[in-house]
Write a protein that binds this ligand. Structure first.
Ligand SMILES: [Zn+2]
Length: 416
């Protein structure tokens, strides 16, 4: 998979030549990422290469520690991508917190840290991210030269032309105004950096290892404090002209609806995000303080909470029907706290989709819960860096899903 030259990527020149893959090898790697573990016969069929060529490529990938061949029965074996030596740091810059994780495939360990801060803080910019990356890597016993790359998932759309967060979303993350994220960070750290919208990276993770695996056209929608979305089409994040593609949260559903922070009215976000669901419950005398609490109460049978989740499903269904008529994804996965409502939400989505007569035009489209939990943006960063370095893992190892949390990682680094 080509993660996209325009994803705000930098420092290509520092990559070792062995990982700059082209041609046939690239095709084999793409199929292994797209299809997961595959037989050599299937690889030959899917790539159009001869069995002998596939055999030689697989042997080369095996020698490099990038792929392994697993026997599945007496006669057949499957080729799977493994990563035996890469170390990757993924960072998630949210409006009110910073999360980071280092994935060390050599030691098979993952260290995480989280730094909360005041929303709209001016101090939480590139310096904090670069300090956190270095401190977390040091805690994992890794020097910067051992990192294959860093991925930064921003809770904002990234303008393609400039690599900065889109101007209309800058008030949400003021410290990042006009900062070309990947270039600036790559210069500070001296390693390749990928910066992308968090929902785009989450979509990549769900496509690579989760609910979108095997889907050629995939839409991931994250519904929590905000609503974000990302397309993966033919194995690539689809960003569109200004990097805005997949911003389903700002699809207008009601032209006289509530005013949204983007400046429009009646965006999907204003009907299904946490704040608006809490607002909808206000007059019911509900004491719920978060979306998680609403979902938990609804699951216990609270009628008011069930009602707002049902309505959220109706709005999502309408947005999905509009999107599907334009882009025709084969799978739409819903992640974030809202998706934990389970059948209550998905049945409402289904019936809304029926009302908007999507079934007639797209009978095989599937709506599914996302599978990778609230970790998706970080895992997407991992997937993006591995793909960029010509590596990958066909199956997500257990340890990748089991973070060990480090507290005060920056102060520990300073005191050393
Ligand atoms: Zn909006």
């Amino acid at each position: 998979m080509n993660h996209g030259e325009d994803a705000g990527k930098s420092a290509h020149d520092r990559r070792p030549p062995s990982v700059a893959r082209r041609g046939s090898v690239q095709r084999v790697l793409e199929v292994l990422r797209l299809d997961g573990p595959s037989s050599q016969a299937a690889l030959a069929r899917r790539t159009g290469l001869s069995r002998a060529t596939v055999n030689a490529i697989v042997k080369g990938l095996k020698d490099e520690g990038v792929a392994e061949v697993r026997p599945v029965n007496g006669r057949e074996s499957l080729v799977a991508l493994v990563s035996s030596n890469a170390a990757v740091v993924a960072v998630q810059v949210n409006v009110g917190s910073l999360r980071a994780a280092v994935f060390d495939f050599g030691r098979m360990t993952r260290l995480d840290t989280e730094i909360p801060y005041a929303e709209g803080s001016e101090d939480v910019g590139i310096a904090l991210v670069s300090d956190t990356v270095m401190a977390l890597a040091a805690r994992a016993g890794l020097g910067p030269e051992e990192l294959a790359g860093v991925a930064v998932a921003m809770q904002a759309p990234i303008a393609r032309a400039t690599g900065t967060i889109a101007s209309w979303a800058q008030l949400q993350l003021p410290a990042w105004t006009d900062v070309p994220i990947a270039d600036t960070l790559a210069e500070r750290l001296g390693i390749p950096v990928i910066a992308d919208n968090d929902a785009n990276l989450a979509a990549l993770a769900e496509w690579t290892w989760g609910a979108g695996r095997g889907a050629a056209d995939f839409l991931y929608v994250m519904c929590a404090a905000g609503v974000g979305g990302g397309f993966v089409i033919d194995g690539k994040i689809y960003r569109g002209g200004d990097g805005l593609a997949g911003e389903i949260g700002h699809m207008v559903l009601e032209s006289h609806g509530p005013v949204c922070f983007c400046g429009s009215r009646g965006c999907l976000t204003t009907f299904v995000s946490e704040k608006f669901l809490l607002l909808a419950l206000e007059d019911s005398g509900s004491s719920r303080k978060s979306l998680k609490e609403i979902v938990a109460a609804a699951r216990r049978g609270d009628p008011a909470c069930r009602r707002v989740l049902y309505e959220a499903g109706r709005h999502l269904g309408r947005a999905f029907a509009n999107t599907a008529k334009l882009m025709a994804p084969s799978v739409i996965a819903v992640g974030g706290a809202l998706s934990e409502a389970g059948p209550l939400l998905f049945e409402s989505i289904q019936s809304s989709v029926e009302v908007h007569s999507l079934r007639a035009v797209s009978p095989s489209i599937r709506f599914v819960p996302a599978r990778l939990g609230d970790d998706t943006a970080l895992l997407g960063g991992l997937a993006a860096v591995l793909a960029d370095a010509g590596q990958g893992v066909s199956t997500l190892p257990e340890w990748v899903r089991q973070p060990v949390t480090v507290r005060d990682v920056n102060s520990q680094a300073r005191n050393r």
